[in-house]
Design a binder for this molecule. Structure first.
Ligand code: DAT
Ligand code: MG
Length: 198
């Protein structure tokens, strides 16, 4: 019986092992690489998937600046994952600007933000929160540098054209406030590995 077993092993299993030795090695090393890669992409995921809320305020919409503002974020390399036009309610505004509700200028801010529709967007990409704040420029357009959205398109703090979240935590809060989960799309753009290290 044991002779038979040994024959079966040497006759079937061994030739099979030698024949598929290289394939087996490749499989094992491929599996290890996939594991490593998985771990690497997992750790870089929060960075690449960073998101921010950008909103073209009513003056920007009235002045037909939506396309130019979108173009800046597209050409920088960020990815649009959510977009909608809406008339902002007092309630949404109060939650969005909760840190400013006691400021003397809040009533005029409220009036300004409801002058017409707002175009709200969620952009995704490496360091998008900080980079988009730089792209948008100083709160007061008088101090905003040329080349920034506010520096190029506005002159007064009460009409500064665009909103951008100011921190990762703020962005998360604002995105949840302005968008429902199903309104945001997870998609892979074909230039992802060209614009950012995978
Ligand atoms: P930012 O929009 O740069 O994040 P913020 O959050 O301090 O600035 O203020 C929100 C908006 O409120 C800002 O875009 C324009 C308005 N605002 C701020 N300070 C103001 C002021 N002193 N007078 C009038 N409006 C002001
Ligand atoms: Mg702010």
């Amino acid at each position: 019986m044991s002779v038979l077993r040994s024959c079966v092993f040497h006759g079937v299993t061994r030739p099979f092992y030698w024949r598929h030795r290289e394939t087996t090695k490749e499989l094992v090393s491929g599996f290890a690489a996939a594991l490593l890669c998985g771990l690497r992409s997992k750790s870089s995921l929060p960075d690449v998937r960073e998101r921010t809320l950008i909103a073209v305020k009513p003056d920007g919409v009235h002045r037909r600046l939506v396309g130019q503002i979108i173009q800046r974020f597209e050409q920088r390399g960020f990815k649009l994952v959510g977009l909608k036009m809406l008339q902002v309610s007092d309630d949404l505004l109060a939650q969005h600007y909760c840190h400013l509700r006691t400021k003397p200028f809040y009533p005029s801010l409220q009036e300004y933000m409801t002058l017409g529709p707002v175009v709200a967007m969620v952009w995704e990409g490496h360091n998008v929160v900080q980079t988009s704040r730089t792209m948008v420029g100083h709160t007061n357009p008088a101090e905003a540098q040329s080349g920034t959205v506010r520096g190029d398109f506005s002159i007064h703090v009460s009409r500064n054209v665009v909103h951008a979240s100011d921190s990762r935590e703020g962005a998360e809060r604002e995105i949840q406030l302005w968008f429902q989960g199903k309104e945001l799309l997870n998609w892979d753009s074909c230039d992802q590995t060209i614009t950012c290290e995978p």
